[in-house]
Write a protein that binds this ligand. Structure first.
Ligand SMILES: Nc1nc2c(c(=O)[nH]1)N[C@H]1C(S)=C(S)[C@@H](COP(=O)(O)O)O[C@H]1N2
Ligand SMILES: [Mo]
Length: 253
């Protein structure tokens, strides 16, 4: 039996079964052995989170692609969840057209760096028309252009110890991705939406677009990206600002 089949069987029958029969800790121990426990796992909800994340990571190819659409499918109206921060630093950068803004990239990387918007716009670009779904029930299709996150990560040289990439924003929102999603070819640092500079409400100057997860993982108004090994040491240790509000860290679709 191939490695994949063994793992698949483990996840679909063994892990789920163990969660029921032998309880949470046994299932978690096994998932942990395969590096499949999400950062917000814990307590009774953690079992669900672990099973969802583990099953997705095992059953789907790491590079399975989110669907891309044609230009005629782009949505006419686009909802905004939380618009541009009204705070002083953000508004000053906005008034200055982000000329002095820089994206910091640090953590366990060979070359900690910071990049201006112009530098980022000169990097190899990818344009894709994808679907963004908010957990609140609405969704839309838009075209985003940006640099693949993988390109920036390779520029700074990610340590072999790295496990997560953390995103920091002008607002209190922060989030993280595992390396599978961080290096996925459709995961972009986007500066352009529907052919125009990313509007402030939609994340200017730069936002994450991770089309394989729900909208809330696509952090807007980026300031900094940090590569880490131990996510438990970041913030409240649950991989994102959102688990403390009842949302799961992993929001794969
Ligand atoms: N920094 C930051 N990023 C964020 C949010 C936020 O409030 N702050 N909202 C998230 C949520 S809940 C969703 S659904 C999407 C919405 O993106 P949109 O405004 O482009 O529709 O952005 C996500 N990124
Ligand atoms: Mo959302």
């Amino acid at each position: 039996m191939s490695e994949t089949l063994t793992r698949r069987k483990l996840i679909t029958t063994g892990l789920a079964g163990l969660a029921g029969i032998a309880g949470i800790s046994a299932a978690e121990r096994i998932a942990n052995g395969y590096g499949l426990v999400p950062p917000d796992s814990g307590g009774i909800w953690g079992v669900g989170e672990t099973l969802t994340y583990a099953a997705q990571r095992m059953l789907m190819s790491h590079h399975s692609m989110a669907r891309e659409f044609s230009p005629c499918e782009i949505s006419k109206s686009i909802p905004v969840t939380n618009g541009a921060p009204q705070t002083d630093p953000y508004q000053r950068h906005l008034a200055n057209k982000f000329r002095d803004w820089r994206l910091m990239v640090d953590g366990i990387v060979a070359r900690p760096s910071s990049f201006s918007l112009t530098e980022i716009q000169r990097m190899p670009a990818r344009t894709q028309i994808t679907h963004q779904a908010c957990e609140q029930g609405w969704s839309f299709i838009a075209q985003w252009s940006g640099v693949p996150l993988s390109y920036v990560l390779n520029r700074v040289g990610v340590s072999t110890r790295a496990k997560y990439v953390v995103f920091w924003s002008f607002d209190p929102r922060w989030d993280s991705l595992d390396l599978t999603d961080a290096f996925h070819p459709q995961t972009l640092l986007a500066y352009n939406m529907n052919g125009q500079d990313l509007p402030p409400d939609y994340g200017a100057p730069l936002r994450v677009r991770v089309p394989r997860q729900l909208g809330y993982k696509s952090v807007k108004f980026l300031t900094r990206i940090t590569v880490v090994e131990d996510i438990k040491k970041v913030g409240d240790g649950r991989g994102s600002a959102l688990p403390s509000h009842g949302f799961s860290w992993y929001a794969g679709i």
